[in-house]
Design a protein around this ligand. Structure first.
Ligand code: C2E
Ligand code: CA
Ligand code: CA
Ligand code: CA
Length: 275
């Protein structure tokens, strides 16, 4: 056993060192990274179930230039988040996403993920208004995806920032809805325009009546509060049909398209579809 310096003891596990070491390496790489050279945005279409049109694309960060091989956002985003590097990286994402949205056909909206650190350590309201002014994207075409963890501590500053963003005209989406600390009061107390129903519910919706009931309940509740619903992670036609039957407004998932580079998503938006 070895001391962690705070008077407690942990059993030594070599694999813990490996993970910690990789984390430290990635942190150093992130600090040194030239964003323009190493990072890219992928875009995934969000399809309205009534009109069957692509109404938005979600920007998802990729790090193809990472020296240490393939690394997923689920690995590097938490590092960027805990080190505060997400403030600069997130601003880079926001600018790139808004720029791409301006050049994509069909005046689609663009959805951008925000980390709690961008609220706590950065001035997110200034960043968003600067990027909108710089790129010329109308505020109504920007959707900011936040998670319940941001709302959890119920701070005055967070509420103020969200209200200011909303006043700019941007839309607020609550991501991964139904996981974690889901509290219905969030939907009342914060300016939420959309909820994205977490992929875990959709994954089992075909074989699990409880999941279908939960999705239906979320959709009904959201609609009662004039909130739009999006089902995440739709992979099969069967899931699509069930989701549609719940009255959900929009879907996103591999059944329609995986996240793709801007050039490919442009082609996807240009060709007429038979959905
Ligand atoms: P998220 O915001 O929930 O994004 C959706 C994730 O689900 C994406 O994973 C997407 O590729 C994946 N996905 C989409 N459709 C399907 C499907 O049909 N089946 C399955 N199995 N997966 C599907 P990705 O791109 O690996 O991103 C993971 C997470 O990393 C995101 O989850 C988000 O929390 C975070 N992230 C990604 N880009 C950014 C960013 O620019 N900023 C911040 N703060 N977080 C980001
Ligand atoms: Ca998201
Ligand atoms: Ca999500
Ligand atoms: Ca997530």
């Amino acid at each position: 056993a070895k001391s962690d310096g705070r008077g407690t003891y942990q059993f030594y596990k070599p694999e813990m060192d490996d993970r910690l070491q990789r984390r430290r390496m990635l942190e150093l790489d992130l600090r040194a990274a030239d964003f323009d050279k190493e990072f890219e945005l992928a875009f995934q279409p969000i399809i309205n179930l009534q009109s069957k049109a692509v109404t938005a694309v979600e920007a998802l960060l990729r790090w193809p230039g990472c020296q240490r091989g393939h690394v997923t956002p689920d690995e590097f985003i938490p590092i960027a988040e805990s080190t505060g590097l997400i403030v600069q990286l997130g601003a880079w994402v926001l600018e790139g996403a808004c720029r791409q949205a301006m050049s994509l056909p069909g005046k689609v909206n663009v959805a951008v993920n925000l980390s709690p650190s961008q609220f706590r350590r950065g001035n997110i309201v200034d960043t968003v208004s600067t990027v909108l002014a710089m790129t010329g994207l109308p505020a109504e075409r920007l959707e900011l995806e936040i998670t319940e963890s941001l709302l959890l501590d119920d701070s005055k500053e967070t509420l103020l920032a969200l209200n200011r963003l909303h006043a700019l005209g941007v839309l607020i989406s609550l991501d991964d809805f139904g996981t974690g600390y889901s509290s219905l009061s969030y939907l009342r107390n914060f300016p939420v325009d959309k909820v994205k129903i977490d992929r875990s519910f959709i994954a089992e919706i075909a074989g699990n009546r409880d999941h279908m009931a939960i999705v239906s309940a979320i959709v009904n509740l959201a609609h009662a509060l004039e909130i739009t619903t999006i089902a995440e992670g739709v992979e099969t036609e069967e899931q699509l049909l069930i989701v549609r039957a719940t009255g959900c407004d929009a879907v996103q998932g591999h059944f329609f398209s995986a996240p793709k580079p801007a050039a490919q998503i442009r082609k996807y938006l240009e060709k007429p579809h038979d959905r």
